[in-house]
Ligand binder design. Sequence first.
Ligand code: TTP
Ligand code: CA
Length: 436
Amino acid sequence: MSGDLGSLGADATPDQVVCHVDMDCFYAACERLREPALEGQPLVVGMGYESDEAHGAVATASYEAREFGVESAMAISEALERLPRKVEAARDPELDVEEAGFYRPVDLDFYNEVADEVKAILHDAAEVVREVSIDEAYLDVTDRVRWDEVETFARDLKERIEAEVGVAASVGVAPTMSAAKIASDYDKPDGLVVVEPGEVREFLAPLDVAEIHNVGPVTARQLRDMGIETAGDLAAADPERVRDTFGERGLEVRRYARGEDPREVTPVGEPKSLSRESAFTEATDDSERKREKVRALAADVADRAQREGALYRTIGIKVVTPPYDVNTRAESLPGPVDDPDLLESTALDLLEEFDDDRVRKLGVRVSKLDFAESDQASLAGFEGASGEDSGGADADDPAEDNRADGDAGTDDPVDDSDGRDAPESPDGQRSLRDYE
Ligand code: TTP
Ligand code: CA
């Protein structure tokens, strides 16, 4: 490895402070708002539930009801077996009223109103908020909160939500989105868990592989078959072996297991970053070839940013050295720009550190995107755009999204001097997707 000491830190991860906020038993908490007598009681909120009937499914159960084995997605009929209704228990001498609970139908309009109040507080607390569901959001508070203040910040946030809206949140704080999400779940309900930089891998290590970001049930089963049960096992697994079975995607989840998560918090609907990467057929240490490829990639990315109307605040490169060591370096700018020349020169400066290294693949990325001033951006863009456009850019590459499959075909035709670029493998992808 060429070292992990770049500005992205040891986890090859953006330098950020991420809060994940997840409301506790949200629908049940909302019901308690308008019916305070339900506080402290076992309470089940049913989708398709009607009073006195047994059809429908459990949307959520209060923590008191969960103690009876009632959980989300369970049939109401089964929930009723575990936790009878209070009214019925009162009538039936066979049943114990203490061992019974309350059932209410889902009222999404009301829950959305409550969620809007919570979201307003979150937007007040952080510049960047990614709302991922009715009761869950990521906050990027990097510019507002230092690590030594973050626990107080999170506690204040929880208290504010409780005081102003009346519902309880669990909050996880970490340098990555995945660790923050796991942290918010770690000590529910009313949880507050802070995972500091440098502690992420250790924090993840004991978790089941299924909890790693992007590991679905099928992959989890395959990993277990290989004797890889925990995030720690996967983090320590031989990368060749992981790649043989799962390809590049396997290496990606292995990096997640190691606490490396390239995702930045961005509002839903906007790309987090724009990137382009390209592989050499055979690793090369020829510095001019490397520079030439970075220039072409930078031009492609600059072009794409202009078409998207995106200004960028961070410019980064990715350098893959054999066998599969992924090194990322990035430079933050004082403000958002659209400046293809600066993009190229910054990328080349970052590449200098790898001048002597054999390199298998290179990438250029812009992130911390800002779409707000996009009109100005395209004006400014005309100045910087030279005739260097490689002409190889697809007009419609999908903007990166971690859920999107970025494998869009062949490699960039950017280094055709000797025709040795690799069009072959999935990692020769040309799509604009995020990388770490
Ligand atoms: P969750 O955040 O998964 O659950 P929760 O908020 O009820 O409980 P926790 O304290 O564990 O976070 O889901 C948020 C809401 O989404 C939940 O209150 C009800 C709804 N929901 C369903 O309708 N069906 C489901 O299967 C799940 C999981 C949730
Ligand atoms: Ca929740």
